[in-house]
Ligand binder design. Structure first.
Ligand SMILES: Cc1ncc(COP(=O)(O)O)c(C=O)c1O
Length: 399
């Protein structure tokens, strides 16, 4: 109780200052506009939004506190662990936190190095987190085939042995899909067998592993068998608002749970987020096949128009060369934005997602055909250039 007598008017004044009606700023119509824009946005799959059905289902989940025990979240973690063939899982607010805690939990005492692809999210887009959180050096390796790391690439860059000049490789971190491409499983197995023979841990950034499972019809368990730990995201291809899951052994996840708390990632009433993830696993995962088919259609049409494809539509992304039709990404994005129903386009990377509409894909193809035709009429002749495999010659966004 306050010692000083405070008037009810003063308390009411404070309450008046604090209150905020968010719905006057976001009327319902705006959300419908947002949904229609997302159906026409090719920038990323992180922009997908929860549907009313997802929210309705999610709100039925339990109301526990996850730092102690949240029943729906625990059930989700157990389910993800089971389908991944791992002992335990840990719900995370983001893919970045899941990867970084995943790495930190393996790493006990520097000096050490993490070996990964030089295009990997953990290396390029996690703010130097491996150095900051784990004191780890990173060996970024350019895949010699331009598509995925091979055992040979790994063997020639891994660090071990008695030479005191070097920080030994403690983790090999792979990413699948990477830029939408599928890592051949036999190569992963070879790298993993090598890693295990040297006592090196294997971590997977599986933010979009769902796409691999959907495309090649292989179980998550089989895909994740070669790894000691993996991070799987719900908020990208699967379309939830938030959430990832780290999986590994019971002992590993017990330590990761403490490190998550240390990082400030111990969350409270996460039940509805777990509910959204469960909805996505059941209803959104089956939609990925359509997404991949649409990406394939987009690529085929681009090729027919004469567009050079820099990285093909193995799953939900393609990378193309605007210069191959005499245009630029800025010009294409500006023209897309001026359409009666605008398209939202980024650079060379084109991402399709579960909320992409077929009309948007057709409009994008027509836009590219129109621009290519205009450029041809203006005298543009496509130069004879060699595209070297799937080189990282394009600008890649962080998400
Ligand atoms: C492959 C990959 N891993 C990790 C992340 C990080 O996820 P988040 O944005 O949830 O931190 C992303 C982001 O899109 C990603 O593309």
């Amino acid at each position: 109780m306050s010692q000083v007598k405070v008037s009810n008017a003063a308390k009411a004044k404070v309450a008046e200052e604090i209150k905020f009606d968010i719905l006057t700023n976001v009327p319902e119509g705006d959300n419908e506009l947002k949904r229609s824009q997302i159906a026409r946005a090719f920038i990323s799959d992180t922009i997908t939004v929860p549907t009313k059905e997802m929210y309705s289902y999610a709100l039925l989940a339990s109301l526990g506190d996850d730092v102690y025990h949240e029943p729906s979240t625990a059930a989700l973690e157990a389910h993800i662990a089971k389908i991944s063939g791992k002992e335990a899982g840990l719900f995370m607010p983001s893919g970045t936190m899941s990867n970084q805690i995943g790495l930190r939990t393996h790493l006990m005492q520097p000096p050490y190095t993490i070996l990964c692809d030089n295009r990997a999210h953990i290396y390029k887009y996690e703010v130097g987190g491996a150095g900051f959180h784990s004191g780890a050096a990173v060996t970024p390796v350019a895949p010699s085939n331009g598509h995925h790391l091979t055992l040979k690439d790994v063997e020639s860059n891994v660090v071990y042995g008695p030479d005191v000049h070097f920080a030994p490789t403690e983790i090999i971190a792979l990413e699948n899909t990477l830029n939408g491409t599928i890592f051949p499983q036999d190569e992963i197995i070879s790298i993993s067998e090598f890693a295990r023979s040297k006592g090196i841990k294997m971590h997977l950034d599986g933010a979009r592993i769902w796409h691999v499972a959907a495309e090649i019809g292989t179980s998550l368990k089989e895909l994740l068998d070669p790894f000691d730990s993996a991070s799987l995201c719900f908020s990208k291809g699967l379309g939830t608002p938030i959430g990832s899951c780290l999986v590994g052994s019971k002992e590993y996840i017990t330590r990761a749970r403490r490190i998550r708390k240390l990082f400030g990632g111990g969350m409270r009433q996460t039940g509805f987020l777990a509910g959204a993830a469960a909805y996505a696993l059941t209803y959104n995962f089956p939609l990925l096949a359509r997404v991949h088919a649409l990406a394939g259609k987009l690529q085929k049409s681009f090729e027919e128009i004469g567009v050079t494809i820099l990285s093909p539509a193995e799953t939900c992304m393609i990378f193309y060369d605007a210069g191959s039709i005499g245009s630029t990404y800025d010009e294409i994005a500006e023209r897309g934005a001026l359409l009666p129903e605008p398209l939202f386009l980024g650079g060379s990377r084109v991402v399709l997602h579960i909320q992409t509409s077929e009309d948007a894909v057709n409009d994008f193809i027509n836009l590219i055909a129109t621009i290519a035709e205009e450029k041809r009429k203006a005298g543009f002749i496509k130069p004879e250039i060699q595209v070297n495999g799937h080189q990282d010659v394009y600008v890649r966004r962080a998400n």
